[in-house]
Design a protein around this ligand. Structure first.
Ligand code: 6R9
Length: 681
């Protein structure tokens, strides 16, 4: 037998491999569940019986050596097309020119909704895990299909057309998923903005995308608190002349003022027909854009196209997590981030999975929330961020142990490095040593998971904090300071990818030059991720962190320049420099060095700190507020006027002994002041 298991009668999975480490039977959901370890290959029915593909390595090699055959085969079998493509790819990585599945015609909503609604409409598509535990709602594929069609007709009836951008500022909810799918159905490009961004940040993104349509809700509910989303949208839209209409969904039903642009989504949807012909979209038509922070102040609208993204989302969700039909996939990310797009919405739905929409927080109403949810919903997979593990492990094991977690098979995590302590706790306490921990590295730009321990060769071990191997289509490369590729193992450098894969981003919306400058020009012939990595002896990759001026706070990318720009606006501030520092729970915290116009009295310092935090909250969002603010008469600068952030990072990290050579500074004495002041705050 070539594959490790087959679907047997009664949907039971029979392991048919002759491998030594296999266990004989894994029963299907609902029946008793036997866990097994060390089996890491998910079968590809497409290549079954093909003598060229005997092992995982054969498949991975084929994805790189013969991508046209590998991806072409998968695209035909996994996606439903109106018209199949006649060329698998047209890519020139040297030019950042990426095109897949030429001349193909398809629709993402047909792939994610219609084909499952037709096959088994009663199957559950969405489980909405609302803020209050125990109030979850289930949405079948048939119901989702009705919502999507009505929503699509509603958008059309208000003049939203193919190619238009639609800004979405909604809580994680079935309506949000239906809106994304409705946009896909009519060929509009959605731009979801995380509903924690401020009015100013939202306005910037609406204007950059030139969106005429905004979709929001009256309020949001998170951790028992009400969030006034409509009020934020009103403030944003007041500064967006491009906006012609704002649809308002009733999440709480509390009354909110409705202005002349505002339309009740609930009312309009109710009168629409639930049949809407899907647009026949080209493979390369944009499906969505999603903003992410870069090294400079302005966020980048990362744009993904339809066929390649959808295929990659589905393949990675199925194979990295070994997802099997009928299972419940619990990715707790907010839909406002790429993890929410790919592993709450597009990946699971394109596989006909049951996906969880988590509206709450890891600690509401108590630190047992995730595990109580796992028990109540009987989840097979959970996919979360290391920051929540670090937060929860401090609360003690009882919060985990009191709930039954035996339904879990895979424990995923993403967003930032998974430190050994958090890995061990996840593996030993949450998973009782029975589940594989799947640490996945990827980015908004990669569309889906690029490095992960699975799928892999049988017997390949998962190693805490360095478990990463390239996924299909991914050929990582590490570059040295001179731009040369490092060979061999035990080397560290800039993490690039030298292959092309279907899920990669196509452009930055409205700024292709910036796209090339950021990702393709630093190392010609390679995609540059912005991260550093170490390749270990066994060929595994370990991520060492960002190499640019981006801070990873609780798994969210925050550009230092954005935070600096905001604080610079304060009339008492002359100059600021922001760096990251190690933070117990958030992974990285934000440390701001602020030069004031005039010396400030110690008794006024706290007031100014509060004002600066409040400016950041207004300009970006509460999650970007600095953790520490140090007032200083000057910053360490070179003779050419460049701030030496290396020095600031050492000060912030409590490592004055590692400052290194400071003789090239214009005024080395400023460093002494910083070290002293740091000790005082
Ligand atoms: C999916 C997502 C991407 C950045 C990325 C890197 C960091 C993500 C990681 C990780 C270490 C992991 N990152 N996964 N670092 N280990 N498993 O998070 O996308 O929001 O675009 O952030 O997150 O620095 O470059 P995005």
């Amino acid at each position: 037998a070539k594959y490790l298991y087959q679907v047997g009668k009664n949907n039971s999975l029979l392991l048919i491999s002759s491998l030594k480490n296999s266990i004989t039977c894994h029963a299907w959901k609902g029946v008793s569940c036997t866990h097994f370890r060390g089996i890491t290959t998910t079968p590809f029915p497409e290549f079954q019986g093909d003598s060229r593909f005997k092992s995982h390595a054969d498949l991975h090699n084929a994805s790189l050596q013969n991508p046209d055959h590998f991806w072409g085969t998968l695209a035909k079998s996994r996606l439903q097309w109106f018209q199949t493509f006649n060329q698998v790819k047209d890519c020139d990585i040297n030019k950042g020119h990426i095109r897949w599945f030429m001349d193909g015609k398809l629709n993402a909503s047909v792939n994610c909704v219609d084909r499952y609604a037709e096959k088994n409409g009663d199957a559950i598509a969405l489980i909405w895990e609302k803020d209050e535990p125990g109030t979850e709602e289930y949405v079948s594929y048939r119901q989702l299909s009705q919502m999507v069609n009505k929503m699509a007709n509603m958008l059309k009836s208000f003049g939203v057309c193919r190619g238009d951008r639609v800004a979405i500022y909604l809580p994680t909810s079935p309506v949000a998923v239906a809106v994304m799918m409705a946009c896909a159905r009519i060929g509009a490009i959605h731009s979801v903005v995380f509903a924690g961004f401020s009015a100013e940040a939202l306005a910037g993104r609406i204007i950059d995308a030139d969106a005429e349509t905004v979709i929001t809700s009256d309020e949001g509910v998170r951790g028992g608190k009400i969030i006034p989303l409509k009020q934020t949208v009103d403030a944003a839209v007041a500064n967006c002349p491009c906006v012609k209409r704002v649809f308002v969904y009733q999440r709480t039903g509390n009354p909110v003022p409705m202005g002349k642009l505002d339309i009740s989504l609930d009312k309009e949807m109710a009168s629409q027909s639930d049949v809407c012909e899907p647009e026949k979209m080209g493979s390369e038509d944009l499906l969505f854009m999603l903003y992410t922070s870069g090294s400079t102040g302005k966020p980048k609208g990362i744009a993904h196209s339809t066929a390649g993204y959808l295929l990659y989302a589905g393949i990675t969700q199925r194979h990295v997590f070994d997802y099997r039909e009928g299972e419940r996939f619990g990715c707790v990310a907010d839909i406002g981030w790429i993890t929410g797009h790919t592993y709450v919405v597009y990946g699971p739905l394109s596989n006909g999975a049951t996906t969880v929409l988590f509206e709450s927080t890891p600690t509401y109403p108590n630190p047992g929330r995730y595990w109580e949810m796992v028990q109540r919903l009987s989840l097979d997979h959970i996919y979360l961020a290391p920051t929540s593990l670090r937060l929860l492990l401090k609360e003690g094991n009882e919060w985990v142990k009191k709930y039954d977690r035996s339904s879990l098979r895979k424990l995923g995590c993403v967003g930032e490095p998974l430190n050994t302590e958090a890995y061990d706790w996840y593996n030993d306490v949450v998973g009782d040593g029975k589940c594989e921990v799947v640490d996945t590295w990827w980015q908004t730009e990669t569309g889906g998971i690029a490095l992960a321990p699975r799928p892999s060769a049988p017997g390949a071990k998962i190693v805490a904090s360095k478990p990463m191997r390239p996924h299909f289509g991914i050929q990582p490369a590490l570059m040295d300071k001179d731009g040369k590729e490092l060979t061999g193992s035990n080397v560290q450098g800039a993490l690039c990818i030298k292959s092309v894969w279907p899920g990669m981003a196509r452009t930055i919306y409205g700024d292709h030059k910036r796209f090339l400058d950021t990702y393709y020009n630093p190392y010609p012939g390679y995609y540059f991720s912005g991260d550093g990595a170490h390749r270990c002896e066994d060929g595994y990759y370990q991520i060492t962190g960002r190499m640019d001026d981006v801070i990873n706070v609780s798994g969210h990318r925050i550009g230092t320049a954005e935070v600096e720009d905001a604080m610079d606006d304060h009339s008492q501030v002359a100059e600021t420099a922001v760096v990251g520092f190690p933070h117990d729970i958030k992974g990285e915290g934000i440390y701001a060095f602020v030069v004031t116009m005039e010396d400030i009295n110690p008794e006024d310092a706290d007031t100014l700190r509060d004002q600066l935090k409040s400016i950041v909250k207004t300009r970006i969002g509460g999650f970007a507020q600095p953790d520490r603010i140090l007032f200083t008469p000057g910053l360490p600068k070179t003779r050419s006027g460049k701030i030496m952030r290396r020095i600031l990072r050492k000060v912030a990290d409590n490592k004055p002994e590692e400052l290194g050579d400071i003789s090239t500074l214009v005024d080395p004495s400023v460093v002494e002041i910083l070290v002293q002041k740091h000790e005082m705050i």
